[in-house]
Design a protein around this ligand. Structure first.
Ligand code: UDP
Length: 310
């Protein structure tokens, strides 16, 4: 099948594209490298069924053979992008999504959209079900991403109601694995690189805030399963096993056998205190749940970062 993947140079976009190519599909990948990596695209180019177009999805889309599926992974997603790139993030969540909706309508393609657990903000309901409306500061440092993604969900839903566009929305929780950018500012690449270099691990605040980490292969399986299902309501995709950030730091030190210590630095404003998906909907409607244990996934990720360092 002919498939368009936007954001193919990013961490999740790269893994999704690799899986789609392995499954025998023809994939056109779009990226403008605002946060994606050229190395990922170079690796994808090894496959003759992959075509790359350097393009910003906020601009009118290039002419192409019409796809049957569109996977929209285009958007800077690390909290360290929110400060320097708020306008790009809001544009890609609005104009970018609108362009893809128009393409989906014109081609009759199914449009998968990568939404996020950030639509729940700093949640007052725990774990988070899809029915929870969230607790988001509309003018805070994370608002470009949180509100951008909330707007995108509203736009997709309105378009589907008005034009019967085929949409699929996943709310993606923290995901990790090989090919994360070492400089993307996220906790896990930071901790692993710090541990491998013998530097202190920088825990924000006391580290009692929690997250739930899903291995990227599990996530990609969920994304494809959702897209090929008839489920049009948003679905949480993530691993429901919750852990505090300080315990992640300890696990990374142990798994890397590092002599690094832990240092505590200021916690960013509006940093969510807890995050854990309720995945009942994904389990029931898609028959999906994560399979990769955190210790296994952390080891694979550490080995990948280690191999790049040497
Ligand atoms: N964090 C940390 N040290 C770092 C980077 C992040 O303690 O070097 C914390 C951050 O404040 C948050 C958690 O780790 O509580 C996860 O942050 P990340 O940037 O990975 O993504 P988020 O879940 O906030 O989108």
């Amino acid at each position: 099948m002919r498939i368009l993947v936007t954001g193919c140079a990013g961490f999740i976009g790269y893994h999704l594209t690799t899986r789609l190519l392995t499954d025998g599909h023809d994939v056109v990948g779009l990226d403008n490298f605002v946060s994606g990596s050229r190395t990922n695209v170079d690796a994808l180019r090894d496959n003759s069924r992959f075509t790359f177009v350097e393009h910003d999805v906020c601009e009118p889309l290039p002419d192409m053979e019409l796809p049957k599926r569109i996977y929209n992974l285009a958007c800077p997603a690390s909290p360290s992008d929110f400060g320097p790139r708020p306008l790009e993030i809001l544009a890609v969540c609005s104009r970018g999504v609108e362009n893809l909706l128009e393409l989906a309508q014109r081609s009759g393609a199914r449009l998968f959209h990568a939404s996020t657990s950030e639509v729940y903000g700093d949640p007052r309901e725990h774990p988070q079900k899809e029915t929870y409306w969230g607790h988001v500061n509309p003018v805070g440092p994370r608002s470009c991403y949180d509100e951008g993604k909330r707007f995108a969900e509203a736009l997709l839903t309105a378009h589907a109601r008005a034009h019967s566009t085929a949409i699929r929305i996943a709310r993606i929780f923290n995901t990790y694995g090989p090919n994360m950018r070492s400089d993307d500012g996220r906790m896990l690449p930071n901790f692993i690189c710090q541990a491998l270099s013998g530097e202190p691990l920088t825990v924000h605040g006391d580290g009692r805030q929690t997250r739930s980490f899903c291995y990227v292969d599990d996530l990609v399986a969920g994304i494809i399963r959702l897209t090929e299902s008839d489920v049009t309501e948003p679905v949480n995709l993530g691993n429901p096993v919750e852990i505090s950030i300080i315990d992640v730091a300890r696990e990374v030190i142990e798994l890397t056998e590092s002599a690094s210590e832990i240092t505590h630095i200021d916690r960013p404003k509006d940093d969510p205190s807890v995050r854990r998906p309720d995945i009942t909907r994904a389990r029931t409607l898609l028959g999906w749940q994560p399979e990769v244990d955190r210790a296994v996934g952390f080891r694979r990720t550490i080995e990948w970062f280690r191999s790049r360092k040497s």
